[in-house]
Design a protein around this ligand. Sequence first.
Ligand code: BGC
Length: 764
Amino acid sequence: MTEPETMQQILQPTSDPAWVLSVDGYDPLRESSIESRFAISNGFLGIRGARAASRGARWVVPARTYVAGLFDVSGTEHQTPGLVPAADWLRVRFLVAGEPLLLHPGDVSSHRMTLDLRRGALLSQGSRLKAPALGLHARTLRLVSLSDRAVGLQLIQLEVESGTLDVTIEASFEGVELGLINDRLDQDLGVWHTTQTGKHLAMASEPSLQIDGRVHPPTALGQLTWSWSWTCRPGQIVRFQRFVAVVRSDIPNTDPGPKARDKLRSALHLGWSGVFAAHESAWAKRWHDSGVEVDGDAEAQRALRFAIYHLNSAADPGDESVSIGACALTGDDYHGHVFWDTEIFLLPFYILTWPAAARALLMYRFHTLPEARAKAARMGWRGAFYAWESAATGAEMTPEEALGPDRQVIHILCGTQEQHISADIAYAVWQYWHATGDDGFLLGAGAEILLETARFWASRATPEADGRCHIRGVIGPDEYHEHIDDNAYTNVMARWNIRRALDIAAALRERWPACWTTLAGRLRLDEAELKQWRSVADTLIDGLQPTTGLFEQFGGYFGLEDIDLAKYAGRTVPMDVVLGRERTQQSQVVKQADVVALLGLLPEEFKGDAPAVNFRYYEPRCSHGSSLSPAMHGLVAARLGDTEMALRFFHRTADIDLADTRVATDGGIHIAALGGIWMLTVLGIAGLSLRDDGIDIDPHLPADWHSLAFRVQWRGRCLKISIDQDRQIAEPTLEAGEPMMFSVRSSRHELRQGAGLQVSTAHP
Ligand code: BGC
């Protein structure tokens, strides 16, 4: 293929509508949410999908480029460190006869922006710019490479349709002084540092222009500014290409400039087609490993593709010093902070489809252990109490105050009271190790996290006169109720955390005694302490009511006002706004899955018909005031066999980011909800669970889903699972690795490479 043909093909989005997300025209009111939805990212760089042909609704804010881990305190707005945007390296201006052509959306007769999910690229096409006496047809592409995460690429192709005029194209970086301090601005390189967090950033760039296939050298150069002037004529094909290489350094007083130039040089050496090919094949690998195919429900398929696209975009397996913020790198809501969202809603996807990414995310928690220890110690406890909101160092970042919906200042207590975060992290550590068998991780990091979080709980729970241990004064996942005692979610997760830590201590002693001696010595952990942990776990109150099988969400919850949420169907604001904070706190209205989340994570803690009993009690009382909530409900509904309800929760979750619902996506997509879609599908609808010797499924496919297929990785093996509802069979294929067990409910089979297996999924 010739170079122009390759370029033509690259600028053409994937033709299959199930692989693209498109938007036509321009709607200033919806522009911000479109920018979030159409963001591109590789886990290191994230760029909002601002139009090439407009400046979006926020006039002064360019196409924001976020760099993972680049946190700073802005100084003026608030004292909470947040992600600082880097300079917008995509800025292009047209000047006609020396006058800037302000590309107002109204000047664009047709404009379609397409997010190509398969190839991880944002394209625009068919834009006809109708400037006085000039007709241009433009196609654009931008990507941040999944193959070399430092590298970004921008391509613009202009076909001149009418007008013979002197024009100039000017390429620059915009917002070079937005939040970061300039160290130096060279012609092709900018180096900045943060004001308070000691980080450095370098961006090196090289744009070039070709007219009718011939390189046209820049007519003027400045600091990160290039311009080309020529006389354009009908029929001309103008191609603009720009590479950027971005490097962050966390070491104070270092200059990442030379490394950025090296990275740029390698990208230039590959050329745009080489960079694109490497990027495309990295995406093909991710789709191979993590794609989920649904036959029979195009809308569900689209929602899954969108979710998996953003999940694959959000992680960087090469960087253990960052994790994924609540909006990933698609916007600045939540300041880029990391919550339990990562461990509970994202890790299942990464553990089972991308273990290297899961490991890096958990290593971030290992590296932030010192801050978690310091937080516990500050509050008078032992072990590791992780930050509810975490940024670069793991120090607590939760703001202490915020404006409530009624514009009154409210105190935010999550940073001190939402303590389940420590158990959530321990849970993810265990799940990772259990699923991957990565003993190196366990010995080098995981065991220490499990032991230190268990130690936290053992010091946090207090024995009382009733002979039981209690954990008082917390906030559970349901944040409507603060300063509560014995939150079932927190206590059962804490008990589980302690018990798994004891299991790990026993396993280390038996299998890796030298390692245990070193670790126990370093943590000053002795037999007497382990005994105390065991006694805390055995006596910790869990809120289970033996007669009904119901877990009381927290002490006194059942005595609160019971409000029938059905009467508020159709409301357009959250329930705590409808009722007011005080009445909400005195009621059984729940913000999000709490006991239901416990049921989703630890189903084995619910015996007999307790899963259904608890779900039936709590589901109608949940107001889904958090985007995390519907997916967890859908997961549990699917496991309980209520497929219709599961599907309703599936679509409700998908709508959060894909439809213009009440949930605002202006400040970024809701990555936990997107992780929740994958969990609902694979862990709920396919009913996948892990055993010690293999994988179990218990499928409950919605009526329209003829089939569902996906891949997972388990202890070094790669497994494809296809579930055919019409024929009522599951076909697992072991694509790599040693034989393993595969079960559909109680029907157990050995699975080997090359040996086909079909297992009935029919319910007896
Ligand atoms: C939810 C939390 C969540 C946070 C970030 C809050 O509204 O209640 O559970 O961690 O948003 O997504």
